[in-house]
Design a binder for this molecule. Structure first.
Ligand SMILES: [Zn+2]
Length: 138
């Protein structure tokens, strides 16, 4: 879709500085409004408003990237759990949130509604990106 930010990132038209991983079918990005340090979103390169409408092979490839990112977040942050969810309220291009969870409420909307989500400086954000990309390469 012409005006979709995730399509532009997927096609390379926009070089997102929060990108941590890319393969032929998917891209992983640090969420710019993270629930926790390391909160990622994984998007298919192709535009699908609803994850349920993805062809099985692309759905599987997307979820394999999600699994890879879950393992990376586990290695980097050692959280008790790595959660994931798909909501789709903000950008109508399928994106799977993958979040290191230290609290059972980490993937509820509570921190967002109460505005208690963590705020990171540009340097902290960059440091998180470095930790994750290093783990992906190793
Ligand atoms: Zn799109």
């Amino acid at each position: 879709m012409d005006d979709c930010i995730f399509c532009k990132i997927g096609s390379g038209e926009i070089d997102a500085d929060n990108k941590v991983y890319e393969d032929d079918y998917s891209v992983a990005l640090l969420d710019i409004e993270p629930i926790r340090e390391g909160h990622l979103i994984v998007i298919p390169k192709e535009h699908f408003p609803y994850i349920k409408d993805m062809p099985d092979d692309l759905y599987t490839k997307l979820m394999l990237t999600v699994k890879k990112m879950q393992n990376i977040l586990d290695d980097v942050f050692h959280p008790p759990k790595v959660g994931m969810f798909v909501s789709g309220w903000d950008i109508p291009h399928t994106h799977v949130h993958v979040v290191p969870m230290f609290n059972s409420k980490d993937i509820t909307s509570k921190p967002i509604l109460e505005k208690t989500s963590p705020q990171f400086t540009k340097d902290e954000f960059q440091a998180t990106k470095t930790k994750i990309t290093k783990a992906i390469k190793s």
